[in-house]
Design a protein around this ligand. Structure first.
Ligand SMILES: [Zn+2]
Ligand SMILES: [Zn+2]
Length: 140
């Protein structure tokens, strides 16, 4: 099973909770971002007792290991997306009214990041680029 394999490769013990969380992310379509609360609600619907605390802990672990990307789209509600589904070069434009993130790819952003890193003598390891505004629906 690929999800169990992923955990083992990361040196993690395979627990039903960790598997359940990875399976939830695997079932999402590309471009879906979940908050810990969204994820916990889905897990509760599908099976039994996984606590919100365990959900938070597991999410943090998977972020640290590089399997999930964490975003700060809204105050106090981090959103997560599965790296395996995501285009590594994608960015987000977030509506400040409905808080919906829309993904886009823009190679110029990556080029700029590399250029800035180079100019300052850095070896680039990561960068963030996020645009905020009011979406077409919310302008209506
Ligand atoms: Zn995304
Ligand atoms: Zn909106």
């Amino acid at each position: 099973m690929p999800d169990a394999e992923l955990l083992r490769q990361s040196g993690l013990r395979v627990t039903p909770q960790r598997l359940a969380i990875l399976e939830e992310f695997a079932a999402l379509s590309a471009g879906t971002h979940l908050s810990a609360e969204d994820l916990h609600a889905r897990l509760v619907q599908q099976r039994s007792g996984i606590s919100l605390a365990t959900t938070y802990r597991t999410l943090n672990l998977l972020v640290r290991l590089g399997h999930l990307r964490e975003h700060d789209f809204t105050e106090g509600h981090r959103h997560y997306e599965w790296v395996r589904h995501a285009d590594p070069q994608h960015h987000h434009i977030v509506c400040v009214v409905c808080l919906r993130p829309v993904e886009f790819a823009e190679s110029a952003v990556g080029e700029l990041a590399r250029e800035v890193a180079e100019r300052h003598g850095f070896a680039l390891s990561a960068f963030e680029f996020e645009v905020r505004g009011v979406c077409a629906t919310c302008q209506g």
